[in-house]
Design a protein around this ligand. Structure first.
Ligand code: ADP
Length: 548
């Protein structure tokens, strides 16, 4: 092969903040701090402090490849760590604080974290696990001296601002191989232990380039982005990297993720675009509906992480004039795989037809390839009807879990290409729009036929009295499994079992209508804001259906 004669410039994470510093130096990064106030900085200042922190980490003995963990909200100090740690060839390990403390300790030990940086909120949590994490040499409280506790169970607790001040801001980002590990994130591990996904500089930068494109998240220097999706959950879907790459203003909400706080920040900072899981938007919409509010600058929001109910898309689009960008991905995919944007041929369609399309998870970003296969591993047709296991491949898709956990996850096709099985079941239509019918473990198998729990839930939440609904399989002597609908009502709303079941008439086939409805005060949510169906299945494992 003849090599091209272009520069070998490695794709590194530090290059993103360097670019923002040089070309968008005065663009703002606004954070609501744990301490309660609003903090303002710029990319220029953020790059300076990140370099200083990178130098300080080096002086305190954190070497190349060492893991530095964070347990923190979305804020500028967390963002500084994103660049300070990865930019100098160390690995940023973001930890989800909503996991059980024992699970967090397990993850810290498995990753062999050398340092752990955390927000004030998490001091009690960190104090509870510190004694069980022997690999951690430095515990860093992400605050200034004034907010340090008088006494702590953690020995030699460091103050972030003091640590940072011990470094020099004349530090220059090093250049190294773009395949160097940059950050890691553990899957939530609903079955078995969590598994580590180790990203590289190359995968992260390529993912950012693709994510910013018009048919993906469509972000530019004119945007003001507020990621509600946490920086501890798959790098906030890549937005902390995309924002400096395009030079847009970034607004970080800290620990205040309730509807009222978010709404205030959207308005005060003139946010144009946001991103989060459906449960977050439910809280926001409950607030705006109750107080009859409108968004003056927000024109779109990315919704993913679990299926976005059509009723939510409709409300955002029709009442609020906020365009919903339904997206799909997973921790193992950095996370973006697909986004639902129209093609030219859809522009003339009716609002109803467009809404129906938006319910799908959408088309792949360039860089990701996908296919659906049947039980025999053979490719299924792209007709929007045939459904099967969804497989993906691409330069920001996982090849192997950290430390080889779980063995080889890939499936190799006849041409010798490796594919990652997503665990999702989907259809793909002739235009390449993918539609998730279910997670394979949530599908309800009734007498050999499959019922999509997502479809049943979407219909339930379209009922005005329903706040949240989960459809799970209940055991049935004749059909093996039958759908059971678990419903949380809106406050002060009334609806009966019979009314809800009647609500399904004409919307799905008769045999897909749930056999029963149970009302609960709350539906348990997992660490990433998704309904914990494993917990519900456990809770209702002995449930006797009236049809049984
Ligand atoms: P965790 O389960 O640890 O939160 P991820 O955040 O990686 O893991 O979740 C990935 C899974 O979330 C996908 O495999 C899919 O089942 C689900 N998911 C993500 N986005 C969507 C979406 N837009 N519609 C339906 N399911 C989604």
């Amino acid at each position: 092969m003849l090599h091209g004669l272009m520069m070998q410039m490695p794709l590194t994470i530090a290059s993103l903040i360097e670019h923002a510093d040089r070309h968008h130096g005065d663009a703002e990064v606004v954070s609501r701090r744990v301490e309660g106030d609003i903090h303002r900085t710029t990319y220029r200042e953020l790059n300076r402090r990140s370099r200083q922190l990178a130098d300080a980490l080096g002086r305190s003995g954190i070497g190349a490849g060492d893991r530095v963990a964070t347990i923190a909200w979305n804020g500028y100090r967390h963002l500084e760590l994103y660049f300070a740690v990865s930019g100098a060839g160390r690995v940023l390990h973001t930890i989800n604080p909503r996991l059980h403390p024992e699970q967090i300790a397990w993850i810290v030990n498995h990753a062999e974290d050398r340092a752990l940086c955390f927000d004030l909120t998490f001091l009690p949590l960190v104090e509870a696990i510190a004694a069980h994490c022997p690999t951690v040499r430095h515990w860093v409280l992400m605050s200034d001296r004034a907010h340090m506790p008088a006494a702590s169970k953690i020995p030699d607790l460091l103050c972030y601002e003091e640590l940072l001040a011990s470094g020099s801001d004349s530090f220059v980002w090093p250049e190294f191989d773009e395949n160097t590990a940059s950050s890691m994130c553990y899957t939530s591990g609903t079955t078995g232990h969590p598994k580590g996904v180790l990203y590289s500089h190359r995968s992260t930068v390529l993912h950012s380039l693709a994510a910013a494109l018009p048919d993906a998240l469509n972000v530019s220097a004119r945007d003001v982005i507020l990621p509600v999706v946490p920086m501890f959950h798959v790098n906030a879907w890549g937005l902390p990297y995309v924002a400096p790459m395009v030079g847009c203003k970034l607004v970080l909400p800290g620990p205040h993720l309730d509807g009222k706080s978010l709404y205030e920040l959207f308005e005060a900072e003139k946010v144009t675009c946001s991103a989060g899981v459906p449960t977050v938007w439910q809280g926001l919409l409950a607030h705006t509906e109750a107080s009859n509010l409108r968004f003056s600058t927000m024109n779109r929001t990315v919704i993913g992480g679990s299926a976005c109910p059509p009723a939510m898309i409709r409300l955002f689009e029709e009442k609020y004039g906020v365009h919903v960008l339904h997206a799909w991905g997973m921790t193992e995919m950095s996370p973006l795989g697909t986004a639902c944007t129209f093609k030219s041929k859809h522009l003339g369609q009716s609002a109803e037809e467009k809404l129906r399309l938006q319910t799908k998870q959408g088309r792949v970003l360039y860089g990701v390839d996908m296919k659906i296969v049947g039980d025999d591993g053979q490719d299924l047709p792209w007709d929007g009807k045939a459904f099967g296991d969804l497989l993906v491949r691409g330069p920001w898709v996982l090849r192997e879990y950290f430390k080889g956990e779980g063995g080889d996850p890939l499936k190799t096709d006849a041409a010798g290409r490796d594919w990652f099985p997503t665990g999702d079941v989907a259809t793909i239509d002739a235009d390449g729009y993918m539609h998730i019918t279910d997670r394979s473990k949530d599908v309800i198998k009734s007498g050999g036929e499959w019922i999509s729990s997502i479809e049943i839930e979407n219909i339930a939440v379209a009922h005005p009295a329903v706040a949240m609904a989960a459809c799970i399989a209940a055991r049935h002597p004749k059909w093996d499994e039958r759908p059971l609908l678990v419903v949380m009502k809106k406050p002060n709303a009334e609806v009966t079992r019979e009314q809800l079941l009647a609500h399904y008439e004409g919307k799905v086939a008769k045999w897909q209508v749930p056999d029963d409805v149970v009302f609960v005060d709350a539906i348990p949510l997992g660490a990433t804001g998704k309904m914990l169906k494993t917990r519900l299945r456990e809770q209702f494992k002995d449930y006797r259906l009236p049809t049984a």
